[in-house]
Write a protein that binds this ligand. Structure first.
Ligand SMILES: NC(=O)C1=CN([C@@H]2O[C@H](COP(=O)(O)OP(=O)(O)OC[C@H]3O[C@@H](n4cnc5c(N)ncnc54)[C@H](OP(=O)(O)O)[C@@H]3O)[C@@H](O)[C@H]2O)C=CC1
Ligand SMILES: O=C1O[C@H](COP(=O)(O)O)[C@@H](O)[C@H](O)[C@H]1O
Length: 493
């Protein structure tokens, strides 16, 4: 039985793309499941004038694509939505907001619980938080929480400045920094796999693991987001946040208990032990790329909205090292990019080969060699995992071949899994921080990434350097080849 969450949600950026594509459908799913019911309201804000009725129609339209809408639910849901034209830079506008929130609190009996969601350009995040405090929009009786979208800063200094601003209004345990990768079913499964299985956790260290590979691959280019992306690039857009969060979950020690505070402690410890590169180490352990023209696309520099001289990277590959007892000597190879071969996210954990390969005994005149065991976590588009083991090939002789022990979620279990934003909204309403990034995690991630960014900002790259539809520049393969390794997923798969 779903527990109802009571709150008034104030959404900054209510007419924006994210709100309409992701946030309203996620809230609607929570409503259909009973996590939101009678005691919730959403006050949407942005500058343009929109009436409550027009806003409700916008919300209904945004959820119209959802399957299995229970009769009448869409209209009943939309009736919880209200709109206030509001310029976040104008302090006097917050007074009106305050009055409306108080009325909604009373009307929907939300017990003073307030959730403020910043879904707008990041330069406004600090201003909004300061005004919420100055104009006393936080309540004394219920909870006051802030959900904040990415990006959280452009580097450590700007992230710290933002965090300092937010901290004047909200304490760390009131801030929920969104990283939608943490809302993905199979990313959450990392913890279940590791800490729910003796056979996995007992091997999860440098005695048995040779290397770990994380790939976040995209088939699309920058599309209509060039304005943002050209000032960001793959390092800031994907590595500093999503990849760092995934890697922290793979590397962390077992938390004392599966609670948000215990998980945070371990993720922070893991990120603290991530080796901070010198500029020359960064140069040899990071690869950047920018896509060339393809059969149906211009090269990146000729995309709409991109600076024709742009040195923004659309691809990053890197080798990360953790200096701690568990991971000493084990490289974590990561890569992400746009216009690659396919859209998928996967993690490959490559185990060491047996110390002695008795099947390669020359007396048996065998040419074969055992393959490494690989645990692959398929995050998307399929959800599941596979363990590659060596088995005897059926037949007269004695040959071995790799076979996969596989678990893939079927359509019905996939349907059970909420969308990341639905899950994260629910967590924030429940006050559960497990799937949100803490300030310390963000700070360590920026410090790590800043070294690379500074280096790349002063060195002229040889762009473009990869063909759309491939897995990035040749240097990405060379990064592993020089260690005698290769990406488990390559174009032959
Ligand atoms: N869209 C996406 O897929 C993703 C977005 N994000 C993040 O989510 C956030 C929102 O992105 P997105 O929805 O795409 O942005 P949009 O540009 O689509 O929307 C911006 C919103 O902010 C409002 N706005 C702009 N200026 C002001 C102002 N001065 N005062 C009040 N409201 C204002 C706009 O309405 P109006 O002009 O009427 O004021 C609009 O509602 C960003 O932080 C982005 O990085 C993160 C991941 C994915
Ligand atoms: O945060 C972002 O993520 C998307 C990729 O997310 P996914 O869930 O589709 O894998 C990426 O396209 C975008 O550039 C980035 O801002």
């Amino acid at each position: 039985m779903a527990k109802e969450n009571k709150a008034v949600i104030t959404l900054f950026g209510a007419t924006g793309d994210l709100a309409q594509r992701k946030l309203y459908p996620s809230l609607f799913n929570l409503y259909q499941k009973g996590y939101l019911a009678e005691h919730f309201a959403l006050l949407g804000t942005s500058r343009r004038p929109v009436s409550d009725e027009e806003f409700q129609a916008m919300v209904e339209k945004s959820i119209s694509g959802i399957d299995e809408v229970q009769a009448g639910n869409a209209q009943a849901f939309a009736k919880h939505f209200f709109y206030q034209s509001h310029d976040v830079t104008k302090p006097e506008h917050y007074e009106v907001l305050k009055e409306r929130l108080e009325k909604l609190d009373e009307q929907f009996e939300t017990e003073g619980n307030r959730l403020f969601y910043m879904s707008m350009a990041p330069q406004f995040f600090g201003t909004i938080a300061l005004n919420l405090k100055k104009q006393a929009l936080l309540t004394d009786d219920g909870f006051n929480r802030l959900v904040i979208e990415k990006p959280f800063g452009r580097d450590f200094a700007s992230a710290k400045a933002l965090n300092d601003e937010l901290s004047q209004t909200f304490k760390e345990d009131q801030i929920f920094r969104i990283d939608h990768y943490l809302g993905k079913e199979m990313i959450q499964n990392i913890e279940a796999l590791r800490f729910g299985n003796t056979i996995i956790e007992s091997l999860w260290n440098n005695r048995y693991i040779d290397n770990i590979q994380v790939t976040l691959s995209e088939k699309l280019g920058v599309e209509e987001r060039a304005g943002y992306y050209d000032h960001s690039g793959a390092l800031r857009d994907m590595v500093q946040n999503h990849i760092m969060q995934v890697v922290a979950q793979l590397a962390m020690e077992q938390p004392v208990a599966f609670t948000d505070s215990d998980v945070r402690v371990e993720k922070i410890k893991a990120l603290r032990s991530l080796r901070l590169y010198t500029p020359s180490e960064a140069a040899s352990n990071f690869v950047r790329g920018q896509y060339d023209a393809g059969a149906d696309n211009p090269d990146y520099r000729h995309e709409d909205g991109v600076d024709p001289q742009s040195n923004t990277e659309t691809f990053v590959a890197a080798k990360l090292m953790f200096d701690n007892y568990r991971w000493s000597g084990v490289p974590f190879y990561v890569r992400t990019g746009k216009k690659l071969a396919d859209k998928f996210t996967r993690i490959d954990v490559v185990f060491r080969k047996p110390l002695i390969d008795i099947f390669a005994n020359p007396r048996m005149a065998s040419e074969q060699s055992l393959k490494s065991n690989v645990l692959t976590i398929y995050v998307e588009p399929q959800s599941g995992f596979a363990l590659r083991v060596n088995a005897k090939t059926a037949g007269q002789g004695f040959q071995t071949e790799p076979v996969d022990l596989e678990y893939m979620q079927n359509d019905s279990s996939k349907k059970e899994a909420p969308e990341p934003y639905e899950r994260l909204f629910h967590d924030a309403l429940e006050g559960n921080h497990t799937n949100f990034a803490s300030w310390s995690e963000i700070a360590y991630a920026w410090k790590f990434v800043d070294v690379v960014r500074k280096l790349w900002d002063i060195e002229e790259p040889q762009f473009p350097n990869y063909t759309p539809g491939t897995m990035g520049p040749a240097a990405s393969d060379e990064l592993l080849a020089r260690d005698g390794r290769a990406w488990v997923y390559n174009l032959n798969h």
